[in-house]
Design a protein around this ligand. Structure first.
Ligand code: ZN
Length: 96
């Protein structure tokens, strides 16, 4: 089975888990999703076609290439989310 995957998404997820303590942003599911979405909007998508599990070599290459950008994007996204936490509003259409 072939799946189209945005590798950048994997990496943003990974780095979010790694540095969320330092980001100092609320760790609830909603804020996590907001941070990741905003960070991904700042990063170039990197799609690839994968058969289960075969993307990891590429992922490592991308990680080396984009590590600094990903961390910067997460930091910028965390800053935005911190400054307008909106747990009550579940509609995200206003900001994307
Ligand atoms: Zn939150």
């Amino acid at each position: 089975m072939y799946v189209i995957k945005n590798l950048m998404e994997e990496l943003v997820q990974k780095y979010y888990e790694k540095i969320n303590d330092e980001l100092g942003v609320c760790k609830c599911e909603k804020c996590k999703a907001d941070v990741m979405a905003l960070a991904l909007n700042r990063l170039p998508p990197r799609y690839c076609v994968t058969e289960d599990g075969k993307m990891f070599v590429k992922l490592k290459e991308l990680e080396i290439q984009f590590e600094v950008d990903i961390i910067a994007a997460l930091a910028a996204a965390a800053y935005v989310v911190k400054n307008n936490v909106r747990h009550e509003e579940r509609d995200c259409s206003d900001e994307m």
